[in-house]
Write a protein of this length. Sequence first.
Length: 315
Amino acid sequence: MGESSTETQNTLDARQLIREVELNGPPPDLRSDTDNESLLTIYPELAAVSTLDIAVPVSEAGVPGRLYRAPGVASAGFVWVHGGAFIAGDLNMPEAHWVSLHLASQGISVLSLDYRKALHGMTYPEPSNDVLAGWLWALENVSEFGLETAEDLHLGGASAGAALTAALTGRLRDGAGKMPASLVLAYPLVHAKLPPISEELMAKIEGIPAELVFTPEFVREVNLNFAGSEDNFGDPHAFAGVGSLVGFPPVYIINSEADTLRASGELFAAQLEAAGVPVRVEIEPGSTHGHLDHPHSAPGRNSVHRMVRWLRERY
């Protein structure tokens, strides 16, 4: 049976979005209260955090990164990777910058990482290699986090960043480097194809703006653009949800409540549990996809507090 007109349109919408970003770059953030100066004015406790931009060496170029440190002894270190459908996002977006500032203000040193986007023919494994390079840099430079050893160094990401860090954890388990103390995933998409959406979740997304409702067709096209080929849909180093999860460290998942991608986060939690991996999965009430990119919202603030608790409690 062929695709319906709606399914075809969802596929075309994804392709059009990718082409527009390739031609014109990501759309500008028109908000006036999420820049660094505004964040420090609204949340003065963040002013105590020091930042340092770095470039993590890789074979072709440097991976942009930003270190966040608060005065005093660090309780943990965290490598954090932003989202953006593999095609957008940067170190200045609130999901990267504000989250890192907040964690560092609570004594958790952060390396926020960027990566090459899946644009103009760039595909997997290059974005994954960039995140691997950043993680290996962190392991070799734990003193930059205020840590004596890497035993308290954690890894995590949001949305596409969650996909990259979850898959990287599998690469690390399979010999690419030391495993993180834990893995933190915010509204993750870790499957090549979106799992079935429950009736309960379908009810939650009623009335949600169309640009925040990601259909299976849209998700497939975005993932194909990242993977480069359907042959990589079965590669667990590209999509963690399609492979064995045995040997993963403890995992913390924060799902957005009204988000079709919650189907992936919930299935991943069940897969982790079946593999014997300690996992905590929570839903942020009243949230939609990308809520960590909204620092003045209750869901955004609640979720960064959740992350601090996890990283402090050592799961």
